[in-house]
Design a protein around this ligand. Structure first.
Ligand code: SIN
Length: 317
């Protein structure tokens, strides 16, 4: 591993990486988010002697990720990224919503230093736990000169926050970058790049807006499918929803019954975005599209994009 003269800060949020099972042979019957980050790091001899500072930001199973944890995480990232003696950050996370947190942080921070999310598919008590190697790899990426942006590192592969998605419910190599391809690989502590680090510009004032906002805008995802209708959308609009992402079929098509309700919601001031429910590809816009599309963003990432848009420009009361 390249040893940086600056320190790496590890921000912990829980997940399977900090999970324990009663039986070491049990890779699925465990409780996530049980070990503190100091315990997790102390069990990894490869990190001995490295300049690492750890902070427990949350302790949750990432299926329960909340706006409050996102807010705390974004603010702690902002704090540490501003310190001259910090080379980069590692965030330990559950695999289940890692892609959402990665996209959220990239959208809010667009950091010039690396912010590396990592996770595990097996609990810390497993016969062959994957968490320790993933953390070592994440520290290597966060220490790499020239690295920047929010990325995810799992099973030796580096994914951009824009493209990463969990694709497998059990395999150790659970993430994909789809059509975009991976950023690179971590091999024996060295990074081999295949494309550029994620780039972008943080929206001025967005972090401050996040710190202050309460409650966050309400954005839901509805899926268009065989037999889809309007009832769910009408109920959400009646409840005062701010934004709606339609997980659309193929190139962004929506069942005609549902589409009618979505257009009416849009006319009432609800912000609408279509995202394809296909695992690969993007929506290719066509002339006359009445409902805006999220391009290559998956429905869960389109929801975050819409949330942040609403945060920047709150809907009129
Ligand atoms: C979680 O997402 O926190 C639990 C599942 C996992 O980390 O793989």
């Amino acid at each position: 591993m390249q040893v940086s003269p600056k320190k790496i800060v590890v921000l912990a949020t829980g997940g399977t990486l900090a999970g324990i099972a009663a039986d070491p042979g049990d890779n699925i019957g465990y409780r996530a988010a049980q070990l503190g980050i100091d315990q997790v790091l102390a069990a990894i001899p490869a990190l001995d002697g490295l300049a690492i500072q750890a902070e427990q930001v949350a302790q949750i199973d990432s299926k329960d990720m909340s706006f409050e944890v996102w807010r705390a995480l974004a603010l702690r990232c902002g704090h540490w990224l501003g310190q001259d003696d910090v080379a980069g950050l590692v965030i330990t996370h559950g695999t289940d919503t890692l892609e959402e947190t990665a996209f959220f942080l990239q959208s809010v921070l667009a950091p010039a230093k690396p912010v590396v999310l990592t996770a595990a598919m097996r609990p810390a008590t497993a016969l062959l736990a994957d968490g320790p190697q993933n953390i070592v790899d994440a520290v290597a990426v966060a220490s790499t000169p020239g690295a920047s942006g929010v990325v995810a590192v799992c099973a030796g592969v580096i994914h951009s926050a824009f493209d990463v998605a969990k694709q497998h419910s059990y395999r150790l190599d659970a993430f994909t970058s789809g059509d975009a391809g991976v950023i690179g690989y971590v091999e024996e502590g060295r990074v081999r790049l295949s494309r550029d680090w994620p780039a972008g510009t943080a929206q001025p004032g967005l972090l401050d807006a996040l710190a202050a906002v309460a409650p966050w805008p309400w954005v839901e995802i509805v899926t268009s499918h065989a037999g889809a209708g309007r009832a769910v959308i009408d109920a959400l609009v009646a409840q005062g929803i701010d934004g709606l992402v339609v997980a659309a079929t193929g190139n962004g098509t929506v069942h005609q019954e549902m589409e009618m309700a979505v257009r009416e919601a849009q006319a009432c001031g609800v912000k609408v975005l279509r995202a394809t429910r296909c695992a690969q590809g993007r929506i290719l816009a066509q002339p006359g599209d009445g409902l805006p599309d999220a391009g290559a963003l998956s429905p869960v990432k389109a929801r975050i994009a819409l949330l942040l848009e609403l945060l920047r420009t709150p809907a009129p009361a």
